[in-house]
Design a protein around this ligand. Sequence first.
Ligand SMILES: Nc1ncnc2c1ncn2[C@@H]1O[C@H](COP(=O)(O)OP(=O)(O)O)[C@@H](O)[C@H]1O
Ligand SMILES: N[C@@H](CCC(=O)OP(=O)(O)O)C(=O)O
Length: 360
Amino acid sequence: MAVQFTRIAVKIGSNVLARKDGTLDVTRMSALVDQVAELRKAGVEVILISSGAVASGRSEIKPSKKLDSVEQRQLFSAVGQAKLINRYYELFREHGIPVGQVLTTKESFGTRRHYLNQRNCMMVMLENGVIPIVNENDTISVTELMFTDNDELSGMIASMMDMQALIILSNIDGIYNGSPSTLGTQVIREVEQGKDLSDYIQTEKSGFGRGGMLTKTTIARKVADEGITVIIANGKKDNILVDLLQHPAGTVCTRFIPAEGGVSSVKKWIAHSEGFAKGELHLNEQAVKVLKGHKAVSLLPVGVVRIEGEFEKDDIVKIIDHRGRQIGVGRIGFDSAEARALQGKHGQKPMVHYDYLYLD
Ligand SMILES: Nc1ncnc2c1ncn2[C@@H]1O[C@H](COP(=O)(O)OP(=O)(O)O)[C@@H](O)[C@H]1O
Ligand SMILES: N[C@@H](CCC(=O)OP(=O)(O)O)C(=O)O
């Protein structure tokens, strides 16, 4: 079988795996596992990011008293994740393919060391023929440091693992150019770089999903900007994964065209680290102009007019333009006291070196 990609991350949304009544759709799961097995035989390396813990736990347990939303999520995911991974394990075993569970939190992407630990873990799994099945650790990720949803997690994984493509499977054929339920709207087949889709996206979500189409679009754009093809397709359709790789032109989906030329590993980490920023560097107009120009340049202290927050050397900071808009993120070369002492000065070492600067 000739396939378009040989390293892919596949995100399976809650709605693909849950039936209308909230129970786990084992037939669908089994069909997806068969397809992954077929791709593996054709030499494709696969990482799965699978939602469905909360949805599959919900139908399993009837709480003895009324629970708040956090408690519900903790209880259902604790039970549901066990059920989910057990199913995957059994289904993949029929194909002789070992799988491993990776549960993570947003915080685990916060420091470079943790990031590399996770990366190494999944590398060694792949090298040994084990398919990583990733999900957020919903039992402990309950505060503001949660992923927006598993779309965000899948983007971080695809980026971290240098995948060629990220396939986001939902219960819809792709992004429609209007409300999907309105007659006459169609799937947008290709999204070029820089194309704004916000007018098309409705805030509605499907029954069990968390983030909706808006997070899918934001994440897809960011990941495609790093050189990775992103595809949004319908996981409920028979043979969808194999068709996407084998017959890309004839299979309905939304495809985000990737930027040319790769982005370094450390820049990819920085690009997805905005949530961990400890401070802000406010720039003057000239510095913004230079950074946005065609040449690769570092951010020098002379262009910084104000510094917010307390941070250590090597922490992540947001880069803010002269109009107060965020234009990127970077890893700072000084702690906040040193940085404040240097701001506005000529002839100093970069505040953010080009290698550690990611502009939107
Ligand atoms: N323009 C659009 N095109 C397609 N789907 C849209 C659009 N606007 C909103 N949606 C909604 O987004 C849903 C998919 O997102 P989500 O519920 O998060 O699914 P998942 O559980 O697969 O992550 C669709 O079922 C649809 O209701
Ligand atoms: N970690 C959660 C996933 C929630 C989530 O983001 O769902 P989805 O919007 O379907 O990707 C679970 O397994 O239930």
